[in-house]
Design a protein around this ligand. Structure first.
Ligand code: NAI
Ligand code: HPV
Length: 529
């Protein structure tokens, strides 16, 4: 039974599929402190959060069973991603479910700002009939959008309908896309100097932190208005207050703060030109259901070891590519597992070569499985597809991937070579045979045909008459049944290998006895458990 902790308020309807799953038990405990989470997290396999729970290294350290952290929303700045990756914890988010809702909130904030709606409302309900609030139209104004991702693009589309001229900046915004969206591609500086309204829709990163601060306010158009429904800290709060005092900024609308919730004496909270909401950008019935459904679905897949999407600490892969690669994951991992047992020296480089069908797709998810197989027997702690590449970096192991070399007659071929400190190499290659499944087709320089299943004995010997008989007799004497046998050699009488599939594990004593046989150099037990 998997246990999932929901530590923020998340839509019940959205997590229904988790609650209905026979193999999952869900506990809802919103509002716990870090210490309280540290206490209870060891029993959970999954953690579901929004933005309130700060998922710190301390919590992950205690979460020894944690396999997945699901963020029911976009921003993952409340989750220590590096700590998660190091521990092999998959972090997923729900990037699409709240786009429109947050865009609409940003737009609502911009309109409220233009027409002083919150200020006028407060006076009116207070019994004052104050008609001196004079607003501005959005029509014919220039809107600068910093961050033209999902939300920024939707804001731009709506602004277009309001007759605004839009300047957009995003490092990934192309001329073509800008044109399609009806946006003029601009620099940050263009936007800062020319916009009547600016809205930010980037994540908070070292690069975007205080991207609008005193130097930017100093050159802004007098009377401009600014909106932040993305992340606190993108706009320098203190510099904004100064710019308002100096008459540069006519008004600001903020949904997010550098520290949430803000202190009671935060200067935004008593400034009549600043309107605020308590991080409500994603708070609609629709968005909350969407993000909770999306994240629950992926958490279920991860717990059940099924393919999943929206991992934040792994590069994204298109579904079509994933479908193509998925059948190879088991083979790739087994090649890695085989090599890890064959090899007995420090690994300096892992070279993966993909040929045939596999030379045409982005194989990086498959490489993660191969590396997982190579490393898992030697590393303490969980090695999985999230942390496998990271672990190679930590251990200074170079991973080299090549594609499109010779297929040796196979429609697909994965060849993996481990290169050791002293230059020695071990190689295993495998293929997926239509109708027959995974096969190992090469070990070092020897062609073989072996199913990577159960228990194998790998023997290297000299190609001399009688050796097969000796091996068979010895194993029989030790009650080890041979299911199949493969022999490979390059030259008659030269170096040779033997791969035996046996019905059970062989003891070290049996391997030692085998090694003492004449002309036998080495015997190793390989297990694919
Ligand atoms: N207030 C709220 O409740 C919510 C806030 N958000 C926040 O809104 C922001 C945007 O979300 P999405 O549009 O879904 O993300 P997204 O990933 O689709 O878009 C972000 C864009 O920012 C761009 N960007 C990154 N660095 C930049 C830089 N230095 N200058 C300009 N652009 C840069 C990226 O290229 C990307 O296109 C995120 O910070 C997210 O956490 C999202 C949902 C709800
Ligand atoms: O999705 C995001 O990035 C948000 O900021 C929404 O945060 P929330 O889930 O409402 O705490």
């Amino acid at each position: 039974m998997f246990k999932v902790l929901v530590s923020d308020p998340i839509s019940d309807l959205g997590i229904q599929q988790l609650m209905d799953a026979a193999d999952v038990e869900v506990d809802k405990k919103p509002g716990l402190s870090e210490d309280e989470l540290v206490q209870i997290i060891p029993q959970y396999d999954g953690l579901l959060v929004r933005s309130q729970t700060k998922v710190t290294e301390k919590i992950m350290e205690a979460g020894t069973r944690l396999k997945v952290i699901g963020r029911a929303g976009v921003g993952v700045d409340n989750i220590n991603l590096e700590a998660a990756t190091t521990r092999g914890i998959i972090v997923i988010n729900a990037p699409d479910g709240n786009t429109i809702t947050t865009c609409e909130h940003a737009f609502a904030m911009m309109m409220a700002l233009a027409r002083h709606i919150p200020q006028a409302y407060a006076k009116t309900v207070n019994g004052e009939w104050d008609r001196k609030f004079l607003g501005v139209e959005l029509r014919n104004k220039t809107l600068g959008v910093l961050g033209m991702g999902r939300i920024g693009s939707e804001v731009a589309k709506r602004a277009k309908a309001f007759g605004m001229d839009i300047l957009g900046y995003d490092p990934f915004l192309t001329e073509d896309r800008a044109e399609k969206l009806g946006v003029k591609l601009a620099t940050v500086d263009d936007i800062i100097r020319n916009a009547d309204f600016i809205t930010v829709h980037t994540p908070l990163t070292p690069e975007t932190k205080h991207m609008i601060a005193r130097p930017q306010f100093e050159v802004m158009k007098k009377g401009m208005r600014i909106v932040n429904c993305a992340r606190g800290g993108i706009i320098d709060e203190m510099a904004l207050v100064e710019a308002i005092d100096q008459g540069i900024v006519a008004g600001a609308a903020f949904d997010v703060f550098e520290k949430e919730p803000p202190e009671a004496d935060h200067p935004f909270l008593n400034n009549p030109k600043i309107i605020v909401t308590p991080h409500l950008g994603a708070s609609t019935v629709e968005a909350q259901e969407n993000v909770a459904i999306d994240v629950s679905e992926q958490v279920l897949h991860i717990l059940r070891n099924e393919p999943f999407k929206n991992a934040v600490n792994m590069p994204p892969v298109a579904a079509s590519v994933m479908n193509k690669l998925q059948p190879y994951f088991g083979l790739g991992e087994k090649i890695g597992v085989f090599l890890s047992q064959l090899n007995n020296q420090a690994v300096k480089e892992i070279h993966v070569d993909y040929a045939g069908d596999l030379a045409e797709v982005d194989t990086q998810p498959l490489t993660r499985y191969i590396i997982k197989g190579v490393l898992s027997r030697h590393f303490a702690g969980d090695v999985n597809i999230v942390n496998s590449m990271h672990l190679t970096k930590v251990r200074d192991i170079n991973v080299v991937v090549s594609q499109a070399s010779a297929t040796k007659g196979f429609t697909n071929l994965i060849s993996v070579t481990l290169k050791g400190q002293d230059g020695a190499e071990r190689r295993v290659a495998g293929t997926l045979l239509n109708g027959y499944g995974a096969r190992i087709v090469q070990i070092d320089k020897f062609p073989v045909d072996v199913a990577p299943e159960g228990h194998l004995i790998f023997i290297s010997h000299n190609d001399k008459p009688g050796i097969i008989g000796h091996v068979g007799t010895l194993l029989g004497k030790n009650d080890v049944n041979i299911a199949s046998m493969q022999v490979g050699r390059k030259l008659v009488g030269g170096e040779a290998i033997m791969v035996l599939t046996v019905d059970k594990a062989v003891t070290k004593d049996v391997l030692d006895e085998l090694t003492k046989l004449p002309e036998l150099n080495k015997a190793q037990h390989i297990i694919f458990a």
